[in-house]
Design a protein around this ligand. Structure first.
Ligand code: 13P
Length: 249
């Protein structure tokens, strides 16, 4: 049975006081599903969030990291720095990192290597833009994003990798992929993994869907056989909405 996961990506939202308020509200929620629950606050709030949540079953994870161990990379954060504040999982390859910060497949391959070498679990994001979807190129784009950043890895590395399919046209737009579109792509992703690493690996990797998941559509999307959970943006900023999504399993 694959691990079900619901992760909240807070993006560049919430200062320290707002983080404390949201976390207090999250702690008051009751989880009825078996899904693993994670939240990704900004770097400056990771330590506070970790301290507050370390005895709960909400894991505090990071939104990004640099591939270098340390050195002259002004403004960057390394894997060991994340670990030192209790982080065990990092999101890499989010489309906003790719689009606004120039992260290429090559950079992401290095980040994945650095995270795994530091025993961090990776939530690796990818997804096509609208033009690719319209031209029917979406599977080829997703396949190349996965191959270029991950297919140099040994099969055993996939124990520490979660995949997150986030079609760019569905992020923050209120327009979700239909449950069928999500299922078709997730099945394609699993087939791509299976062709390279075999069915056992492919069937063990959790594949999350992200892009305008809300309390009113989560159940239908999570009900699809190859969708193992969600990466939640906007709805993760409200404790009631986030837990409604967590409990949609
Ligand atoms: P929204 O849920 O706001 O569409 O964001 C999705 C996302 O980018 C999660 O990483």
């Amino acid at each position: 049975m694959r691990q079900q996961i619901v992760a909240g990506n807070w993006k560049m939202n919430n200062d320290l006081a707002q983080t404390e308020t949201l976390i207090t509200n999250l702690k008051n929620q009751v989880k009825t599903s078996k899904a693993e629950v994670m939240i990704a606050p900004t770097f400056t709030n990771l330590w506070q969030a970790y301290q507050t949540l370390k005895d709960t079953d909400i894991e505090v994870i990071a939104q990004n990291m640099h591939f270098a161990a340390n050195g002259a990379y002004t403004g960057e954060i390394s894997a060991s720095m994340l670990k030192s504040v209790g982080v065990k999982t990092v999101i890499l390859g989010h489309s906003e990192r790719r689009e606004y910060f120039g992260e290429t497949d090559e950079i992401l391959a290095k980040k994945v290597d650095a995270a795994l070498a530091n025993e961090l679990r990776v939530i690796f994001c990818f997804g096509e833009v609208l033009a690719d979807r319209k031209s029917g190129n979406h599977e080829a784009v997703v396949e190349s994003q996965i191959k270029n950043a991950l297919f140099h890895l040994e099969a055993s590395a996939f124990k520490n990798i979660v995949l997150a399919y986030e079609p760019v046209w569905a992020i923050g737009t209120g327009e979700t992929a239909s449950p069928e579109q999500a299922q078709d792509m997730h099945a394609f992703i699993r087939k791509t993994l299976s062709n390279k690493y075999g069915a056992d690996v492919a069937n063990s990797v959790s594949i999350l869907y992200g892009g305008s998941v809300k309390p009113n559509n989560a159940q239908e999307i999570f009900g699809k056989p190859d969708v193992d959970g969600g990466l939640i943006g906007g709805a993760a900023l409200n404790a009631d909405d986030f837990f409604a999504i967590v409990n949609a399993f």
